[in-house]
Design a protein around this ligand. Structure first.
Ligand code: KG4
Ligand code: ZN
Length: 348
């Protein structure tokens, strides 16, 4: 059993949470979205400054909400990779300072391992092996989860991530940032069959298509061409129909690959994580397809799909209970493959 306080500052949320293994004691998420909205996307330098201004308040709030004192905390963690370097440094430095001050073990956490662990918060009995479909703003991967810290990438996007595709399509439809939630809302009023769009299959040199890898950049370009064509024809762009058709195409393409991968590898559980796991189209599509194949599909609660610190604390608690800690000299990394996560730990 381990009670862990974790800090997440890899992008545009300043988040602090405390968990007792897979049970949440407190979770604070201070979103910077309104600040970045005026620029149409995340501005890294602005993000770092915002984290710096909010972090001490978020730590205090998290302790107060959990009604715990520092003696009761077993470890302090922070996301250390991948992400915006300046933003990550704020959280990591705060966590190291707290660990030294209160004489606690310190752990760096891989952001994507956190997204995998978000499902454990709603399904505390979940255990590996299972297939993780990670769909965030920066990543789209199918991961074979063998054990805590033991991951194998089975499929990924060759270009844009799923969330990135939502954000880019929202920008070209002039819907603002972040794009996922707006498209999701609009899609509910549109016809998903209105326009046929490419699913983004990846050709293999020997013929046929890659079973698990995909590509979203062609889909984004197809939406751009479609909008240009509709505008050229002089009519009003049916934004809800475009949003619904785009969302349906992303959901169908992710669903097909995830189901094929789970069946091929004999994994009967698919756990979805990352911001796009909140998407209603993906949830519906994947649930329906999984039911047909007798597979179990699990999603985190909506608030734990997008970035939060509870998922980071949950991953750290598992590592800590296995005796893994990080050296206090650990640095941040803008990129780090999930398969490299054990690089962050030393065993005692
Ligand atoms: O996991 P996340 O919070 O941050 C990263 O680690 O990247 O994911 C953010 C991404 C953004 O691209 C956002 O547009 C997308 O998740 N997103 C959604 C939805 N909510 C957030 N995409 C589709 N549908 C949603 N409901
Ligand atoms: Zn994330």
């Amino acid at each position: 059993m381990a009670i862990v306080l974790a800090i997440e500052t890899s992008c545009d949320e300043t988040a602090v949470a405390i968990v007792n293994n897979r049970q949440i004691c407190s979770s604070i998420v201070a979103s910077q979205i309104p600040v970045h909205q005026q620029y149409g996307g995340v501005v890294p330098e602005v993000a770092s400054r915002q984290h710096l201004e909010t972090i001490n308040w978020a730590i205090a709030q998290s302790m107060e909400q959990a009604q715990l004192n520092w003696e009761q905390i077993d470890g302090i963690a922070a996301t250390c990779a991948p992400g915006l370097v300046g933003a990550l440094l704020v959280g990591l430095t705060a966590a190291k300072t707290l660990a030294i001050l209160h004489n606690k073990p310190f752990l760096g956490v891989h952001h994507l391992e956190g997204h995998i662990y978000a499902t454990y918060l709603s399904e505390p009995t979940l255990d590996p092996p299972f297939l993780s479909l990670l769909v965030s703003g920066g990543h789209t991967s199918l991961i074979y989860v063998k054990n805590c810290g033991d991951y194998k990438t089975l499929g990924e996007t060759r270009d844009d991530a799923a969330g990135e595709a939502f954000d880019k399509v929202a920008r070209l439809l002039k819907l603002g940032y972040p794009g996922g939630p707006v498209i999701d809302r609009l899609a509910q009023q549109g016809n998903p069959q209105a326009f046929a769009l490419p699913e983004g299959k990846v050709s293999l040199p020997a013929g046929g298509y890659h079973p698990y890898d995909g590509s979203f950049s062609g889909l984004k370009t197809a939406v751009l061409r479609l909008v240009q064509q509709l505008e050229k024809n002089g009519g009003q762009v049916p934004v809800a129909d475009v949003a619904a058709s785009f969302q349906e195409t992303v959901a169908r393409s992710l669903t097909k690959r995830a189901i094929a991968c789970a069946l091929d590898y004999g994994l009967n559980t698919i756990a979805v994580g990352g911001g796009v796991a909140a998407n209603s189209g993906l949830r519906k599509n994947l649930q329906a397809a999984a039911a047909k194949h007798n597979l179990r599909v699990l999603f985190p609660h909506l608030e734990f799909c997008t970035d939060n610190a509870a998922m980071i604390a949950c991953a750290a608690a598992e590592h800590l209970s296995l005796g893994h800690t990080s050296p206090i000299t650990l640095g941040v990394e803008s990129r780090l493959a999930l398969t490299q996560v054990m690089k962050l730990y030393q065993s005692d």
